[in-house]
Design a protein around this ligand. Sequence first.
Ligand SMILES: [Zn+2]
Length: 152
Amino acid sequence: MWIHPFEATARILVEPAVLDMIFGFRQNAAHKTEAGGILLGFRRGDHLHIVEATTPQPADRRSLFRFFRRDRYHQSVALKRWKESNAMVDYLGEWHTHPEVRPTPSFLDMSEWIQICRREPLPMVFIIVGMDSSLWVGVGVNDCVLNAVIAV
Ligand SMILES: [Zn+2]
């Protein structure tokens, strides 16, 4: 659980099963390429509760230093969950891995996230998973993405 950088009283909660799943993709071996997907969950007041993450799909572009989400699967899961839950489960953000011990966003990451935040009216969560299970967690609103807390 992390503190929301824009709202002092708000929290970001990630279900342990989601963390376990994304940690499974961490780049802890030389042959492992970047992985990523989207984050789905509930907005409870200012709180963000992540309950699901999508996994890399065949049409995504993956290399050692880049994950480019292009498979339509991610969006189709988001839409399906949204419909099934009567619009309660929402698209909350993005996750991807980095081949770094202490991950930090690249210039490209920041510019992509700002594009997403300009489209989405509500706060979005961005997670980068490091090689050793360290995490970078950010929250974005409009043109600003702030770092929440790095949990190691
Ligand atoms: Zn990145």
